[in-house]
Design a protein around this ligand. Structure first.
Ligand SMILES: Nc1ncnc2c1ncn2[C@@H]1O[C@H](COP(=O)(O)OP(=O)(O)OP(=O)(O)O)[C@@H](O)[C@H]1O
Ligand SMILES: [Mg+2]
Length: 300
């Protein structure tokens, strides 16, 4: 059943539509393999994310959502095209630069199993080597508190944590360098409904209190409706449409019909009366990148 925590609309947070985008992906091609074995994952894919947005990327399995997040993080290079993050090419950020600019919650938790909670959270700050050990430890404890964990959890090993706690530790780790941009790959996957609700509530709170810009991949419609100011749909190797969740849900495409109009989609959409546009103005119609380029695309 859809729960109130995940079906409420996201809080009003000022989105900055007229500033240069925080994430700008233009003419992106991603291909793997060589010669006759080459397969194309993204083909001339475009989208932008403005400051303060909480953009959800949805698409079928294997459509290249995780690859796209890795490209935004600078961990993977596109075959062609530009991925610009906070005004700089993502591929030039380097590991340290990436951690202070972009936090990533990986799809499968991805904690270091040999490190305790504190050492997992502190990892990027410790690697940077600019702060003394006691300050690194304090910073990690602050982040643990921020995600709702207690100091006594700091010495636990990942294997001894619940699924919800693993996600919280991974989130604390993603936020250790106070990045303005957070990437979430399936943040509520594998959690029971209660833990998923709690994690959504935490993400909403942190997004509001830290003023984060968030790009999230999710298959979970409750999570999508609770958190997204905008949705981008990946299909046919590109972003076929972006817009507020309730408008994108009515866009005609086989994937969208299957994704939103199934029983789960209807249930997730039902309790919400009207979409809350992120800008606080009347909701614009969903934009179709190829048919109606955004103003930014016209004036790069
Ligand atoms: N380094 C790589 N080398 C070769 N193929 C890759 C590589 N990384 C990803 N792929 C392929 O690219 C495609 C997209 O993968 P990706 O993990 O981004 O999908 P996804 O949309 O995140 O799927 P899911 O919803 O199942 O997580 C898949 O076919 C995957 O096997
Ligand atoms: Mg994935």
């Amino acid at each position: 059943m859809s729960s109130p925590a995940r079906t409420a609309s996201p809080e009003h947070i000022a989105v900055a539509p007229n500033e240069p985008p925080i994430v700008d992906v233009q003419g992106l091609w991603t291909q793997f393999g060589k010669g006759a074995e080459t397969f194309t994952v993204h083909q001339d894919l475009n989208f932008t994310v403005q400051r303060g947005e909480m953009l959800s990327l949805v698409g079928g399995s294997g459509t290249g959502k995780t690859v796209l997040l890795r490209q935004i993080l600078g961990l993977a290079r596109p075959t062609r095209g530009q991925v610009t993050v906070l005004g700089r090419p993502a591929s030039e950020m380097g590991r340290e630069g990436a951690a202070s600019r972009v936090g990533m919650l990986f799809q499968h938790g991805a904690l270091f199993s040999a490190f305790n909670v504190l050492d997992n959270v502190a990892f990027a700050l410790r690697e940077q080597g600019t702060l003394p050990a006691d300050l690194v430890r304090d910073a990690a404890l602050v982040k643990l508190q921020m995600v709702g964990l207690q100091p006594e959890h700091a010495s636990r090993m990942p294997a001894d944590l619940s699924g919800g706690m693993v996600k919280r530790v991974a989130l604390a780790r993603a936020l250790i360098m106070d990045p303005p941009l957070l990437l979430l790959d399936e943040p509520t996957a594998g959690l029971d409904p209660n833990s998923a609700d709690e994690f959504c509530a935490l993400l909403r709170e942190l997004r509001a209190s830290l003023g984060l810009t968030v790009v999230m991949v999710t298959h979970d419609l409750d999570t999508l409706f609770a958190l997204s100011t905008r949705v981008a749909v990946l299909a046919d190797k590109k972003v076929i449409v972006t817009g507020p969740p309730h408008e994108v849900a009515h866009f005609q495409h086989p994937f969208i019909e299957h994704f939103f109009m199934g029983e789960r989609g209807q249930r997730a959409m039902a309790p919400v009366q009207a979409p809350v546009p992120a800008t606080g103005q009347a909701a614009a119609p969903p934009s179709v990148p190829e048919a109606a380029p955004t103003p930014h695309k016209e004036n790069p």
